[in-house]
Design a protein around this ligand. Structure first.
Ligand SMILES: C[S@@+](CC[C@H](N)C(=O)[O-])C[C@H]1O[C@@H](n2cnc3c(N)ncnc32)[C@H](O)[C@@H]1O
Length: 282
């Protein structure tokens, strides 16, 4: 079969299977299975594909038809300016979360300053390592309650060359942190989806992403309540905190942090214009 024929058939299968980006998915899988570039695929549609690479492609396509996320099939995902290894053990980084990095950088006019960063619920390490990549003299701590996610973050830190500047700690939020630790910037993307919303999630997320990264009690708000109590003990004077929020949760979460004594609370939208981040000081 030619590339064109394989492509057309596979795109149709993925469309019928419910993928929202069938063409992109097929092209990425073809690149991996056939060892071709995006340009090769575009410029040589009549190229004949041999049996073995075609079988490799069919194998990958079956995984995608079973709704495995493309990032997990490829084993990596771009975030900010870096490429992160991902698996079923850690949440795949989402472009919306880059809102936290942008917001944090805006508060740091001097990027040479040696700031200490804490990332609560680090997952793949994407928030911590992306911010550190912009701040050459920063140091960081990534915390997660999942040892598998933490292994993923440590692996990314090592591969991307940050391991000499950061530590990773297995902990329920800040429980295992030394009490003397004071951070200048705290990032946190906690689980915030209400359990009742589970049936509305796409199977790609519901069946393949770690549930510890997704769901929280009390309509998705419990972890913000816990964090509101903990954060004041972790900051240096003038520190800035950036938390990701669900786009319908801004009012509730503003209320939680106002009650806990946070100052200068701002809600920041993502590129789609939806509330995505709460920034605050103490
Ligand atoms: C929404 S994911 C965020 C992952 C990554 N920071 C990102 O933005 O892609 C939430 C992360 O918090 C971790 N987590 C959930 N509850 C936690 C807790 N009580 N203490 C520490 N980490 C927790 C999960 O294991 C998961 O890795």
């Amino acid at each position: 079969m030619t590339l064109r024929e394989i492509r057309r058939k596979a795109i149709g299968q993925l469309e019928a299977g419910g993928s929202d980006s069938p063409q992109l998915d097929v092209d990425l899988l073809l690149q991996v299975a056939l060892g071709l570039s995006a340009l090769d695929i575009m410029l040589e549609p009549d190229r004949e594909v041999r049996d073995v690479p075609a079988e490799n492609f069919q194998h990958l396509l079956l995984r995608r038809l079973a709704r495995e996320p493309i990032s997990q099939i490829l084993g990596e995902k771009d975030f900010w300016s870096l490429t992160f290894k991902v698996s079923r053990d850690c949440l795949t980084p989402r472009p919306d979360s880059e809102t936290l990095i942008e917001a944090a950088l805006k508060t740091l006019p001097d990027r040479e300053r040696p700031v200490k960063i804490l990332d609560l619920g680090t997952g793949s390490g994407c928030l911590l390592l992306s911010l550190m990549s912009e701040l050459p003299n920063s140091s960081g701590v990534g915390i997660d309650l999942s040892d598998k996610a933490l292994a993923c973050a440590r692996d990314n830190a090592e591969r991307l060359g940050f391991l000499d500047r950061c530590d990773f700690i297995l902990s329920d939020w800040a429980e295992e942190l030394p009490s003397s630790a004071g951070f200048d910037i705290i990032l946190c993307n906690p689980p915030y989806i209400a359990h009742g919303e589970k049936p509305d999630l796409s199977p790609d997320v519901r069946e393949y992403e770690p549930h510890m990264a997704l769901f929280a009690e009390e309509e998705g708000l419990l972890e913000y309540k816990r964090l509101a109590d903990i954060l004041p003990n972790l900051v240096t004077a003038g520190a800035a905190v950036f938390l990701e929020i669900g786009h319908k949760q801004a009012a509730d979460i503003r209320g939680i942090f106002t009650k806990a004594g946070a100052k200068n609370i701002r809600i920041i939208a993502d590129l789609a214009g939806r509330d995505r981040c709460i920034a605050l000081n103490y």
